[in-house]
Design a protein around this ligand. Structure first.
Ligand code: PGA
Length: 265
């Protein structure tokens, strides 16, 4: 069993994604990308992604180099239309964006994003060859009431409805307990691993063992240079979605390198 777990873990390429949220002007984004683009490790070994706000996506893509990739933080599910202020998947694709965060808890909470909308967004992202990073996670009240697995199962059922097994294989899931985001309160590596393991078991039951062995599951919530090593040493954690700590280029690079060495150890 342990050996199988380890084999599955070794098969999956780690993925570290920075989520800049609503930070960085164009000049700040440029400074960052010049500092990291040539220093991120080879893309064959680890996926390094910056998810930025719309205004700087193109400027990052142009300078991403061979090993860094750029993602958006949201998109609309329609192809086009009268949706003032929104951006479509094909628009992101047209400027060579590779990833898109879908269903971040801040969007669910502050912008009333429903699981139904998230499901439509996932379908549209795949149709346009974008790799979605789907965020799921429970609130503090849910965790304290022992409802973590129930809440996450429900999110997965609704969010993934109708997706093909092939799509699910290429999906990245970020487990982000809401109580750990931006609070400095990280889930312990055991708690994070346990819930990521629960997500993997759900995927195995719904889509089969091969898909569950291939899908990459990140942990997110107050990840930083100090705790990323321990989190990445866990068998079900394939990467991290990092907010605050991804804003500094040195820290971002350091976290990618720690993740890579930990997984190869
Ligand atoms: P944090 O954010 O690392 O600042 O907690 C994580 C996220 O919201 O994706």
């Amino acid at each position: 069993m342990l050996l199988l777990l380890r084999l599955g873990e070794l098969m999956r390429k780690p993925i570290i994604a920075g989520n800049w949220k609503m930070f960085k002007t164009r000049d700040e984004a440029l400074q960052f990308v010049y500092a990291v683009a040539n220093k991120v490790p080879a893309i064959e070994k680890i996926d390094s992604v910056i998810c930025a706000q719309f205004t700087v996506l193109r400027c990052l893509v142009k300078r991403q180099g061979p090993n860094l990739r750029v993602g958006a933080q949201n998109m609309h599910f329609a192809d086009e239309g009268a949706f003032t202020g929104e951006v479509s998947a094909s628009m992101l694709k047209s400027i060579d964006v590779s990833y898109v965060i879908i269903g971040h808890s801040e969007r669910r909470a502050m912008f009333n994003e429903t699981d139904e909308a998230i499901n439509k967004k996932l379908h549209k992202a795949f149709e346009n060859d974008l790799v979605p990073i789907l965020c799921v996670g429970e609130s503090l009240a849910d965790r304290e009431a022992g409802r973590t697995e129930e809440v996450i199962k429900r999110q997965l059922e609704l969010d993934l409805a109708g997706l093909s097994a092939e799509d699910v294989k290429n999906l990245v899931i970020a487990y982000e307990p809401i109580w750990a985001i931006g609070t400095g309160r990280t889930a312990t590596s055991e708690v994070a691993n346990e819930t990521c393991g629960f997500i993997r078991r759900y995927i195995a039951e719904a889509y089969g063992d091969d898909i569950a062995d291939s899908i990459r599951i990140q942990y997110g919530g107050s990840v930083n240079v100090k705790n990323i090593g321990e989190l990445m040493s866990m068998p079900h954690i394939d990467g991290a979605l990092i907010g605050g700590a991804s804003l500094k280029s040195e820290d971002f690079l350091q976290m990618i390198n720690i993740a890579l060495t930990t997984k190869n150890a």
